[in-house]
Design a binder for this molecule. Structure first.
Ligand code: UN1
Length: 498
Protein backbone atom coordinates (compact mmCIF):
# COMPACT_ATOMS: atom_id res chain seq x y z
CA UNK A 1 0.00 0.00 0.00
CA UNK A 2 1.22 3.48 -0.83
CA UNK A 3 0.83 6.20 1.80
CA UNK A 4 0.47 9.80 0.68
CA UNK A 5 1.62 12.44 3.14
CA UNK A 6 -0.07 15.79 2.53
CA UNK A 7 0.36 19.32 3.77
CA UNK A 8 -2.57 19.71 6.20
CA UNK A 9 -2.73 23.47 5.52
CA UNK A 10 -3.05 22.75 1.79
CA UNK A 11 -4.02 19.14 1.23
CA UNK A 12 -3.49 19.45 -2.52
CA UNK A 13 0.23 19.62 -1.82
CA UNK A 14 1.75 16.16 -1.58
CA UNK A 15 4.80 16.11 0.69
CA UNK A 16 5.82 12.52 -0.02
CA UNK A 17 4.52 9.12 -0.98
CA UNK A 18 6.01 5.96 0.40
CA UNK A 19 5.09 2.28 0.38
CA UNK A 20 3.95 1.02 3.77
CA UNK A 21 6.03 -1.91 4.94
CA UNK A 22 4.56 -5.37 5.49
CA UNK A 23 4.98 -7.12 8.85
CA UNK A 24 7.84 -9.24 7.51
CA UNK A 25 9.74 -6.09 6.53
CA UNK A 26 9.25 -4.63 10.01
CA UNK A 27 10.69 -7.74 11.64
CA UNK A 28 13.47 -8.01 9.03
CA UNK A 29 14.58 -4.48 9.94
CA UNK A 30 14.72 -5.58 13.57
CA UNK A 31 16.88 -8.58 12.62
CA UNK A 32 19.30 -6.37 10.71
CA UNK A 33 19.54 -3.90 13.60
CA UNK A 34 19.94 -6.75 16.08
CA UNK A 35 22.83 -8.23 14.08
CA UNK A 36 24.52 -4.82 13.76
CA UNK A 37 24.28 -3.94 17.46
CA UNK A 38 27.35 -5.78 18.87
CA UNK A 39 29.61 -3.99 16.36
CA UNK A 40 28.20 -0.61 17.40
CA UNK A 41 28.51 -1.47 21.09
CA UNK A 42 32.17 -2.29 20.36
CA UNK A 43 32.83 1.29 19.26
CA UNK A 44 34.26 3.11 22.30
CA UNK A 45 31.58 5.23 23.96
CA UNK A 46 33.56 8.49 23.52
CA UNK A 47 33.69 7.79 19.77
CA UNK A 48 29.91 7.23 19.75
CA UNK A 49 29.65 10.56 21.59
CA UNK A 50 31.57 12.20 18.74
CA UNK A 51 29.01 10.81 16.31
CA UNK A 52 26.20 12.33 18.40
CA UNK A 53 28.12 15.65 18.37
CA UNK A 54 28.39 15.48 14.58
CA UNK A 55 24.68 14.71 14.26
CA UNK A 56 23.87 17.71 16.48
CA UNK A 57 25.94 20.06 14.35
CA UNK A 58 24.33 18.73 11.16
CA UNK A 59 20.83 19.20 12.59
CA UNK A 60 21.84 22.74 13.58
CA UNK A 61 23.11 23.47 10.08
CA UNK A 62 19.82 22.16 8.64
CA UNK A 63 17.57 23.70 11.29
CA UNK A 64 15.48 25.93 9.02
CA UNK A 65 15.10 23.27 6.32
CA UNK A 66 13.97 20.67 8.84
CA UNK A 67 11.62 23.09 10.61
CA UNK A 68 10.09 24.04 7.26
CA UNK A 69 9.45 20.38 6.53
CA UNK A 70 7.87 19.97 10.00
CA UNK A 71 5.54 22.90 9.29
CA UNK A 72 4.67 21.59 5.84
CA UNK A 73 4.13 17.95 6.73
CA UNK A 74 2.25 18.24 10.04
CA UNK A 75 1.17 21.91 10.06
CA UNK A 76 3.07 22.98 13.18
CA UNK A 77 3.49 26.74 13.44
CA UNK A 78 6.98 27.58 12.10
CA UNK A 79 8.21 29.21 15.34
CA UNK A 80 7.24 26.05 17.23
CA UNK A 81 8.81 23.89 14.52
CA UNK A 82 12.10 25.75 15.01
CA UNK A 83 11.75 25.04 18.75
CA UNK A 84 11.12 21.39 18.02
CA UNK A 85 14.32 21.10 15.96
CA UNK A 86 16.18 23.00 18.69
CA UNK A 87 15.06 20.29 21.11
CA UNK A 88 16.84 17.69 18.93
CA UNK A 89 20.00 19.83 19.01
CA UNK A 90 19.70 20.26 22.80
CA UNK A 91 19.34 16.51 23.20
CA UNK A 92 22.49 15.90 21.12
CA UNK A 93 24.34 18.54 23.15
CA UNK A 94 23.31 16.90 26.39
CA UNK A 95 24.35 13.38 25.37
CA UNK A 96 27.53 14.02 23.40
CA UNK A 97 29.46 14.29 26.69
CA UNK A 98 27.79 11.23 28.16
CA UNK A 99 30.01 9.16 25.86
CA UNK A 100 32.93 10.22 28.06
CA UNK A 101 31.02 9.49 31.27
CA UNK A 102 28.65 6.51 31.26
CA UNK A 103 29.92 6.16 34.78
CA UNK A 104 29.95 2.94 36.69
CA UNK A 105 30.92 2.65 40.36
CA UNK A 106 33.64 1.04 42.43
CA UNK A 107 32.19 -0.26 45.67
CA UNK A 108 33.95 -1.71 48.74
CA UNK A 109 33.44 -5.40 49.45
CA UNK A 110 32.57 -6.84 52.86
CA UNK A 111 35.61 -9.09 52.49
CA UNK A 112 39.32 -8.30 52.10
CA UNK A 113 41.11 -8.65 48.78
CA UNK A 114 37.90 -8.32 46.88
CA UNK A 115 36.47 -5.38 44.92
CA UNK A 116 33.01 -4.64 43.57
CA UNK A 117 32.10 -2.69 40.39
CA UNK A 118 29.11 -1.68 38.32
CA UNK A 119 28.94 -1.13 34.56
CA UNK A 120 26.23 0.17 32.25
CA UNK A 121 25.63 -2.19 29.33
CA UNK A 122 23.47 -1.41 26.30
CA UNK A 123 20.14 -3.24 26.26
CA UNK A 124 20.51 -4.39 22.62
CA UNK A 125 18.20 -3.62 19.70
CA UNK A 126 15.52 -1.05 20.42
CA UNK A 127 12.30 -0.54 18.50
CA UNK A 128 10.79 2.91 18.89
CA UNK A 129 7.31 3.85 17.72
CA UNK A 130 6.56 7.56 17.73
CA UNK A 131 3.67 9.95 17.15
CA UNK A 132 3.20 12.66 14.52
CA UNK A 133 2.76 15.65 16.85
CA UNK A 134 6.44 15.87 17.83
CA UNK A 135 8.00 14.20 14.79
CA UNK A 136 11.61 15.24 15.53
CA UNK A 137 12.07 16.14 19.21
CA UNK A 138 10.32 13.21 20.87
CA UNK A 139 11.93 10.53 18.65
CA UNK A 140 15.32 12.09 19.42
CA UNK A 141 14.65 11.58 23.15
CA UNK A 142 14.77 7.86 22.31
CA UNK A 143 17.29 7.42 19.53
CA UNK A 144 20.01 9.81 20.73
CA UNK A 145 20.52 8.23 24.19
CA UNK A 146 19.86 4.74 22.79
CA UNK A 147 22.58 5.12 20.15
CA UNK A 148 24.99 6.83 22.51
CA UNK A 149 24.79 3.96 24.98
CA UNK A 150 25.51 1.37 22.28
CA UNK A 151 22.09 0.16 21.19
CA UNK A 152 20.83 -0.19 17.64
CA UNK A 153 17.49 1.35 16.74
CA UNK A 154 14.56 0.57 14.47
CA UNK A 155 12.36 3.65 14.26
CA UNK A 156 8.72 3.39 13.21
CA UNK A 157 7.54 6.99 12.86
CA UNK A 158 3.93 8.02 12.38
CA UNK A 159 3.04 7.69 8.70
CA UNK A 160 1.88 11.32 8.68
CA UNK A 161 5.39 12.41 9.61
CA UNK A 162 7.21 9.96 7.34
CA UNK A 163 9.10 12.54 5.25
CA UNK A 164 10.41 14.21 8.42
CA UNK A 165 11.63 10.84 9.75
CA UNK A 166 13.41 9.99 6.52
CA UNK A 167 15.11 13.41 6.50
CA UNK A 168 16.26 12.94 10.12
CA UNK A 169 17.57 9.46 9.33
CA UNK A 170 19.65 10.95 6.51
CA UNK A 171 21.12 13.47 8.97
CA UNK A 172 21.93 10.68 11.44
CA UNK A 173 23.62 8.61 8.74
CA UNK A 174 25.54 11.63 7.43
CA UNK A 175 26.68 12.28 11.01
CA UNK A 176 28.26 8.82 11.17
CA UNK A 177 25.58 6.46 12.53
CA UNK A 178 25.92 3.25 10.48
CA UNK A 179 22.89 2.50 8.28
CA UNK A 180 22.18 -0.86 9.91
CA UNK A 181 22.41 0.65 13.39
CA UNK A 182 19.60 3.15 12.73
CA UNK A 183 16.79 1.91 10.49
CA UNK A 184 13.54 3.64 9.64
CA UNK A 185 10.53 1.56 8.68
CA UNK A 186 7.17 3.09 7.85
CA UNK A 187 4.14 0.90 8.45
CA UNK A 188 0.62 1.20 9.79
CA UNK A 189 -0.23 0.34 13.39
CA UNK A 190 -1.53 -3.27 13.10
CA UNK A 191 1.31 -4.22 10.74
CA UNK A 192 3.87 -2.72 13.10
CA UNK A 193 2.38 -4.72 15.97
CA UNK A 194 2.56 -7.96 13.96
CA UNK A 195 6.14 -7.27 12.86
CA UNK A 196 7.20 -6.40 16.38
CA UNK A 197 5.51 -9.50 17.78
CA UNK A 198 7.52 -11.67 15.38
CA UNK A 199 10.76 -9.81 16.10
CA UNK A 200 10.27 -10.16 19.86
CA UNK A 201 9.57 -13.89 19.44
CA UNK A 202 12.77 -14.23 17.39
CA UNK A 203 14.77 -12.41 20.07
CA UNK A 204 15.59 -9.50 17.78
CA UNK A 205 14.13 -6.70 19.91
CA UNK A 206 15.29 -6.08 23.47
CA UNK A 207 13.45 -2.87 24.27
CA UNK A 208 10.33 -1.12 23.01
CA UNK A 209 9.81 2.64 23.24
CA UNK A 210 6.40 4.06 22.44
CA UNK A 211 4.88 7.54 22.46
CA UNK A 212 1.18 7.66 21.69
CA UNK A 213 -2.24 6.81 23.04
CA UNK A 214 -2.95 5.04 26.31
CA UNK A 215 -4.94 2.34 24.46
CA UNK A 216 -2.03 1.42 22.15
CA UNK A 217 0.43 1.74 25.06
CA UNK A 218 -1.54 -0.90 26.97
CA UNK A 219 -1.32 -3.32 24.02
CA UNK A 220 2.39 -2.77 23.51
CA UNK A 221 2.97 -3.04 27.27
CA UNK A 222 1.21 -6.41 27.31
CA UNK A 223 3.22 -7.62 24.32
CA UNK A 224 6.54 -6.51 25.81
CA UNK A 225 5.55 -7.96 29.19
CA UNK A 226 5.04 -11.38 27.63
CA UNK A 227 8.71 -11.21 26.69
CA UNK A 228 9.65 -10.10 30.21
CA UNK A 229 10.54 -6.64 28.96
CA UNK A 230 9.59 -3.32 30.46
CA UNK A 231 8.87 -0.86 27.66
CA UNK A 232 9.38 2.88 27.81
CA UNK A 233 5.83 4.23 27.48
CA UNK A 234 4.96 7.90 27.07
CA UNK A 235 1.18 8.05 26.80
CA UNK A 236 -1.69 10.48 26.96
CA UNK A 237 -2.50 13.26 29.37
CA UNK A 238 -5.46 15.17 30.74
CA UNK A 239 -3.32 17.90 32.14
CA UNK A 240 -4.86 20.14 34.78
CA UNK A 241 -4.07 23.78 35.41
CA UNK A 242 -5.15 24.95 38.86
CA UNK A 243 -5.60 28.69 39.45
CA UNK A 244 -5.68 29.95 43.05
CA UNK A 245 -7.22 33.31 44.07
CA UNK A 246 -3.78 34.93 44.56
CA UNK A 247 -2.59 34.06 41.02
CA UNK A 248 -1.32 36.64 38.54
CA UNK A 249 -4.23 36.54 36.09
CA UNK A 250 -2.31 38.04 33.14
CA UNK A 251 0.12 35.16 33.47
CA UNK A 252 -2.71 32.64 33.73
CA UNK A 253 -4.33 33.85 30.51
CA UNK A 254 -1.06 33.75 28.60
CA UNK A 255 -0.17 30.31 29.99
CA UNK A 256 -3.62 28.81 29.37
CA UNK A 257 -3.68 30.18 25.81
CA UNK A 258 -0.40 28.49 24.90
CA UNK A 259 -1.02 25.33 26.94
CA UNK A 260 -4.53 24.83 25.58
CA UNK A 261 -4.21 25.87 21.98
CA UNK A 262 -0.50 25.85 21.05
CA UNK A 263 0.09 23.05 18.49
CA UNK A 264 -3.74 23.08 18.12
CA UNK A 265 -3.90 21.27 21.47
CA UNK A 266 -2.10 18.29 19.95
CA UNK A 267 0.59 17.90 22.60
CA UNK A 268 0.49 15.16 25.17
CA UNK A 269 1.24 18.01 27.59
CA UNK A 270 -1.61 20.23 26.34
CA UNK A 271 -3.98 21.73 28.89
CA UNK A 272 -6.96 19.45 29.51
CA UNK A 273 -8.99 21.27 32.16
CA UNK A 274 -8.49 24.73 33.59
CA UNK A 275 -9.59 24.61 37.25
CA UNK A 276 -10.53 28.04 38.58
CA UNK A 277 -11.14 28.97 42.21
CA UNK A 278 -14.78 30.02 42.61
CA UNK A 279 -13.80 33.55 43.70
CA UNK A 280 -12.11 34.29 40.36
CA UNK A 281 -13.93 31.85 38.07
CA UNK A 282 -16.20 34.25 36.21
CA UNK A 283 -13.55 36.91 35.68
CA UNK A 284 -10.88 34.50 34.42
CA UNK A 285 -13.30 32.59 32.21
CA UNK A 286 -14.49 35.83 30.58
CA UNK A 287 -10.93 37.00 29.94
CA UNK A 288 -9.84 33.60 28.65
CA UNK A 289 -12.85 33.44 26.30
CA UNK A 290 -12.08 36.93 24.99
CA UNK A 291 -8.38 36.21 24.46
CA UNK A 292 -9.03 32.92 22.67
CA UNK A 293 -11.72 34.56 20.50
CA UNK A 294 -9.24 37.23 19.44
CA UNK A 295 -6.34 34.87 18.73
CA UNK A 296 -5.34 34.34 15.12
CA UNK A 297 -5.59 30.86 13.62
CA UNK A 298 -4.47 29.77 10.15
CA UNK A 299 -1.40 29.51 7.93
CA UNK A 300 1.39 27.94 10.06
CA UNK A 301 3.99 30.14 8.35
CA UNK A 302 2.15 33.29 9.50
CA UNK A 303 2.08 34.76 13.00
CA UNK A 304 -0.74 32.56 14.32
CA UNK A 305 -1.60 30.80 17.57
CA UNK A 306 -1.99 27.54 15.74
CA UNK A 307 -2.29 26.07 12.28
CA UNK A 308 -4.13 23.06 10.91
CA UNK A 309 -4.73 19.74 12.60
CA UNK A 310 -1.91 17.26 11.85
CA UNK A 311 -4.12 15.40 9.40
CA UNK A 312 -7.74 14.76 8.47
CA UNK A 313 -7.84 11.89 10.98
CA UNK A 314 -6.99 14.27 13.85
CA UNK A 315 -9.70 16.69 12.73
CA UNK A 316 -12.22 13.83 12.61
CA UNK A 317 -11.28 12.85 16.19
CA UNK A 318 -11.69 16.43 17.34
CA UNK A 319 -15.19 16.52 15.82
CA UNK A 320 -16.03 13.32 17.71
CA UNK A 321 -14.79 14.83 20.96
CA UNK A 322 -17.08 17.82 20.46
CA UNK A 323 -19.96 15.37 20.92
CA UNK A 324 -18.92 15.15 24.57
CA UNK A 325 -20.32 18.64 25.12
CA UNK A 326 -23.50 18.37 27.21
CA UNK A 327 -26.42 20.71 27.93
CA UNK A 328 -24.96 21.76 31.30
CA UNK A 329 -21.83 23.07 29.54
CA UNK A 330 -21.36 26.47 27.94
CA UNK A 331 -19.12 27.02 24.95
CA UNK A 332 -16.79 29.94 24.19
CA UNK A 333 -13.74 30.83 22.15
CA UNK A 334 -14.76 31.29 18.52
CA UNK A 335 -17.28 32.33 15.93
CA UNK A 336 -18.09 28.65 15.42
CA UNK A 337 -17.39 25.13 16.61
CA UNK A 338 -15.82 22.27 14.64
CA UNK A 339 -14.10 22.56 11.28
CA UNK A 340 -13.36 26.05 10.00
CA UNK A 341 -14.94 26.41 6.56
CA UNK A 342 -16.34 29.18 4.37
CA UNK A 343 -19.78 28.45 5.89
CA UNK A 344 -18.43 28.11 9.43
CA UNK A 345 -15.79 30.85 9.43
CA UNK A 346 -13.36 31.94 12.12
CA UNK A 347 -12.96 35.69 12.35
CA UNK A 348 -9.40 36.81 11.67
CA UNK A 349 -8.46 33.50 10.01
CA UNK A 350 -5.33 33.68 7.84
CA UNK A 351 -5.25 31.50 4.74
CA UNK A 352 -7.79 29.45 2.84
CA UNK A 353 -9.77 27.14 5.14
CA UNK A 354 -11.22 25.28 2.14
CA UNK A 355 -7.90 23.59 1.36
CA UNK A 356 -6.83 22.69 4.91
CA UNK A 357 -7.94 20.77 8.00
CA UNK A 358 -8.48 23.61 10.45
CA UNK A 359 -10.58 23.62 13.62
CA UNK A 360 -12.13 26.35 15.75
CA UNK A 361 -10.73 26.76 19.27
CA UNK A 362 -13.35 25.64 21.79
CA UNK A 363 -13.60 26.35 25.50
CA UNK A 364 -16.14 24.27 27.38
CA UNK A 365 -17.09 25.66 30.79
CA UNK A 366 -18.94 23.76 33.51
CA UNK A 367 -16.83 20.59 33.31
CA UNK A 368 -17.18 18.33 36.35
CA UNK A 369 -16.39 14.74 37.33
CA UNK A 370 -18.71 12.32 35.59
CA UNK A 371 -18.47 14.23 32.30
CA UNK A 372 -16.78 12.47 29.40
CA UNK A 373 -14.83 15.70 28.96
CA UNK A 374 -13.50 15.39 32.50
CA UNK A 375 -12.16 11.89 32.01
CA UNK A 376 -10.86 11.71 28.44
CA UNK A 377 -7.87 13.14 26.63
CA UNK A 378 -9.13 15.07 23.61
CA UNK A 379 -5.90 15.98 21.76
CA UNK A 380 -7.25 18.98 19.89
CA UNK A 381 -8.17 22.66 20.34
CA UNK A 382 -10.64 21.89 23.13
CA UNK A 383 -10.14 23.05 26.73
CA UNK A 384 -12.46 22.34 29.64
CA UNK A 385 -13.01 24.80 32.49
CA UNK A 386 -14.24 23.83 35.95
CA UNK A 387 -14.62 25.35 39.39
CA UNK A 388 -13.31 24.43 42.87
CA UNK A 389 -13.53 25.83 46.40
CA UNK A 390 -10.41 24.52 48.17
CA UNK A 391 -6.90 23.38 47.29
CA UNK A 392 -7.66 19.84 48.48
CA UNK A 393 -10.67 19.71 46.16
CA UNK A 394 -8.57 21.06 43.27
CA UNK A 395 -5.92 18.37 43.81
CA UNK A 396 -8.61 15.69 43.91
CA UNK A 397 -10.11 17.00 40.66
CA UNK A 398 -6.67 17.24 39.07
CA UNK A 399 -5.87 13.60 39.90
CA UNK A 400 -9.31 12.03 39.69
CA UNK A 401 -9.28 10.91 36.04
CA UNK A 402 -6.20 8.71 36.47
CA UNK A 403 -3.91 10.43 33.97
CA UNK A 404 -0.72 11.84 35.43
CA UNK A 405 1.56 13.41 32.86
CA UNK A 406 1.80 17.17 33.32
CA UNK A 407 0.09 19.71 35.57
CA UNK A 408 0.28 23.38 36.46
CA UNK A 409 -0.46 25.54 39.47
CA UNK A 410 -0.81 29.32 39.46
CA UNK A 411 -0.18 30.73 42.94
CA UNK A 412 2.48 32.70 44.77
CA UNK A 413 1.90 31.14 48.17
CA UNK A 414 4.71 28.76 49.21
CA UNK A 415 2.49 26.55 51.38
CA UNK A 416 0.00 26.11 48.54
CA UNK A 417 2.80 25.32 46.10
CA UNK A 418 4.39 22.68 48.37
CA UNK A 419 1.05 21.07 49.17
CA UNK A 420 0.21 20.89 45.46
CA UNK A 421 3.59 19.36 44.67
CA UNK A 422 3.05 16.68 47.25
CA UNK A 423 -0.55 15.94 46.29
CA UNK A 424 -0.45 15.99 42.50
CA UNK A 425 0.02 12.57 40.90
CA UNK A 426 1.52 13.90 37.65
CA UNK A 427 5.12 13.17 36.72
CA UNK A 428 5.65 16.85 35.89
CA UNK A 429 4.38 20.06 37.39
CA UNK A 430 4.79 23.70 36.44
CA UNK A 431 4.44 26.56 38.88
CA UNK A 432 3.15 29.74 37.23
CA UNK A 433 3.87 28.22 33.84
CA UNK A 434 2.20 26.28 31.02
CA UNK A 435 1.57 22.52 31.27
CA UNK A 436 3.47 22.18 27.98
CA UNK A 437 6.99 23.17 27.07
CA UNK A 438 9.17 20.85 29.15
CA UNK A 439 12.92 21.43 28.82
CA UNK A 440 14.95 18.70 27.18
CA UNK A 441 17.08 17.76 30.19
CA UNK A 442 14.48 17.17 32.91
CA UNK A 443 12.84 13.78 33.39
CA UNK A 444 9.81 13.58 31.08
CA UNK A 445 7.08 11.05 31.71
CA UNK A 446 3.94 10.22 33.55
CA UNK A 447 2.08 7.94 35.90
CA UNK A 448 -1.21 6.05 35.83
CA UNK A 449 -2.81 6.21 32.39
CA UNK A 450 0.05 8.43 31.20
CA UNK A 451 2.76 5.79 31.35
CA UNK A 452 4.38 2.98 33.27
CA UNK A 453 6.72 5.19 35.26
CA UNK A 454 9.49 5.27 32.66
CA UNK A 455 11.24 8.61 32.22
CA UNK A 456 12.88 10.09 29.16
CA UNK A 457 15.45 12.85 28.83
CA UNK A 458 18.43 13.92 30.89
CA UNK A 459 20.40 11.41 32.93
CA UNK A 460 17.20 9.54 33.83
CA UNK A 461 16.68 8.02 30.39
CA UNK A 462 20.00 6.17 30.68
CA UNK A 463 18.20 3.61 32.84
CA UNK A 464 15.89 2.88 29.88
CA UNK A 465 18.67 2.07 27.45
CA UNK A 466 21.26 0.45 29.68
CA UNK A 467 21.26 -2.38 32.18
CA UNK A 468 23.38 -2.35 35.26
CA UNK A 469 25.93 -5.13 35.40
CA UNK A 470 27.43 -5.91 38.80
CA UNK A 471 30.91 -7.42 38.96
CA UNK A 472 32.88 -8.73 41.92
CA UNK A 473 36.55 -9.58 41.71
CA UNK A 474 38.10 -11.71 44.43
CA UNK A 475 41.90 -11.71 44.40
CA UNK A 476 42.38 -13.34 47.83
CA UNK A 477 43.24 -16.67 46.24
CA UNK A 478 40.54 -18.50 48.22
CA UNK A 479 36.77 -18.82 48.13
CA UNK A 480 35.37 -16.16 50.48
CA UNK A 481 31.67 -16.66 51.05
CA UNK A 482 29.53 -13.53 51.19
CA UNK A 483 27.51 -13.07 54.42
CA UNK A 484 29.49 -15.97 56.00
CA UNK A 485 33.21 -15.31 55.80
CA UNK A 486 32.89 -11.72 56.90
CA UNK A 487 35.19 -9.97 59.33
CA UNK A 488 33.70 -9.57 62.79
CA UNK A 489 35.60 -6.97 64.83
CA UNK A 490 35.51 -7.41 68.64
CA UNK A 491 33.19 -4.98 70.43
CA UNK A 492 31.49 -4.54 73.83
CA UNK A 493 27.69 -4.36 73.35
CA UNK A 494 27.02 -3.78 77.06
CA UNK A 495 29.31 -0.79 77.41
CA UNK A 496 27.92 2.25 79.33
CA UNK A 497 29.61 5.52 80.31
CA UNK A 498 30.14 5.40 84.09
C1 UN1 B 1 4.53 15.36 23.41
O1 UN1 B 1 3.52 16.01 23.17
O2 UN1 B 1 4.57 14.12 23.15
O3 UN1 B 1 6.73 19.59 26.89
C2 UN1 B 1 5.77 15.92 23.96
C3 UN1 B 1 6.36 19.80 25.73
C4 UN1 B 1 7.26 19.37 24.61
C5 UN1 B 1 7.15 17.91 24.40
C6 UN1 B 1 5.75 17.39 24.24
N1 UN1 B 1 8.62 19.75 24.91
O4 UN1 B 1 5.29 20.33 25.48
Amino acid sequence: MIFTSRNPADFNEIIATFPLAAAAEVSENCRVAHDAQPGWAGVPAPARGRVIAQVGRLVEANKEALATLVSREIGKVYAEALGEVQEVIDTCDFFLGEGRRMYGQTIPSEMPDKQLFTFRNPVGAVMIITAANFPAAVPSWYFIPALLTGNSVVWKPAEHAGAIALAIAELLHAGGVPKDVLRVVIADGPTTYAGLEAALAAGHVDKVGFTGSTAVGRKLGELAGRHLQSPCLELGGKNPMVVMPDADIDLVIEGALFAGFGTAGQRCTSLGTLWLHRSIHDEVLARYARTVSNAVVGDPFADVLYGPMIDEKYLANHLLHLEMIQPHHSVYGSTGVGQITADNPRSGFIGDPAIGWFAHPTIVAGVRPGDALYANETFGPLVGVGVFDSLDEAIELANGHGYGLSSALYSNDPTTIWRFRQGISAGMLSINNSTSGAEAHLPFGGNGKSGNGSRQSGIWVLDQFTRWQAMNWDYSGKLQKAQMDVIDLPHDPGFKIS
